[in-house]
Design a protein around this ligand. Sequence first.
Ligand SMILES: [Zn+2]
Length: 476
Amino acid sequence: MKLEAIIGLEIHAQIATKTKMFCRCDNDSFGKEPNINTCPVCMGFPGMLPAINKAAVEKGIIAALALNCEIPDFCKFDRKNYFYPDSPKGFQISQYDEPLSVNGFVDVLVNGEKKRVGITRLHLEDDAGKLTHVSAGSLVDFNRSGTPLMEIVSDPDLRSAAEAAAYAREVQRIVRYVESSEADMEKGMMRFDASVSLRPVGEEKLYPRAEIKNLNSFKSLEAAIDYEIKRQEELWANGEVPKSPVTVGWSEEKGKTYFMREKEESADYRYFPEPDIPPLHISAEMVAGYRALVPELPGAKRERYVRDFGLNEDDARILAEDLKLARYFEEVVALTDDPKRAVSFINTILMARLNEDLLAIDEQKVTAAMMGELVNLVKNGEISNNVAKSEVFEEMYLNGVAASEVVEAKGLKQVSDSGAIEEACRKVIAANPGPVEDVRGGKDKAIGFLIGMVMKEMKGQANPGMVAEILDKEIK
Ligand SMILES: [Zn+2]
């Protein structure tokens, strides 16, 4: 019997707001002393009234629109009741049957093929605190308690760990593009729960799933799903088809999932409408206003770069990865009308240095305007490509000097004076009778050698097109 994996993801992404979801506490607790960003609201003291953070709702709506979701004109918050020591209220404020948004999708590239992944819903909720287990017991830090989250629930459309990771990366790019979340996995701003089940190929029904909780890197997401598929394949092979859903954890050290509990169903949480928060009405006009704030998204950018600029898929993907980088590239293209040269300077020369120095595009000295000038100097034949990519770029990158100033100060201008080039060509021809005979005899390879010698003679500053032309004329 051939089995296929049915995978769905819940992605929790921290919303990039200044304050928490329902109180005015600072939302940035990274690296801070435990329990300093707290107040009676996010500590769940009796009698405290939560108030909705408008920015969190707006950023949620914009992310939902970027994920092609519909925004119903009515949504409400609900209490999800459960006891856990990191949750001081004894419940989480989430959205149950009437969430902020529903019915979206994301197109994901998997091995060069486009796959559409459905999004069931994106809803808002607040986060719990954090437990640290030490030998003497457990410590709790409530700084994260009340942090705004968006939970993005996919349809069970994914069929492999690789597809799940590609989908999760695309969602990360999108929420970053619209600035709804920084989605920095290393700071715990984005985490995944993955539901995995198997079924015989051809069947429509879904079998009970295992939900793997709290995966906090793309690597563990893939490894945990792969492990869980193998584990369930063995169960099926032994005739032990799963009969009820389970919740499992992932042990990074052992590379295995482990049983946590029978999976809770929604009835276990005794959901009821949150009495302290009024429902939200979001009109069609408001949605249209938010939609206008959604920029062109990475998928559309990649396609446009290939279609309009003639880039290859890899270059387009690298540039569209980050909105700031994409904007930089587009600015250079606007200044030069030369996307091919722009991409060769940005993706090879500049990106190599940024990767080496672990810098982002907006943390370095070569602005888009400066890069545009450099590309134009090459395009107009004023400096050679080699000189531009080595000496000139180096000085720009290290010291923030404009390309034209570097060229002027170092005397790097390309020589297009035919007299000087002719003189160098004659000298090279006289000194290399062998290769010259080869060219006359029709061996075209030798011409490359002679061009190289002339360029060397002229310290790399000769216009290579003119060198080839003059050499050809002189030899024949
Ligand atoms: Zn608070």
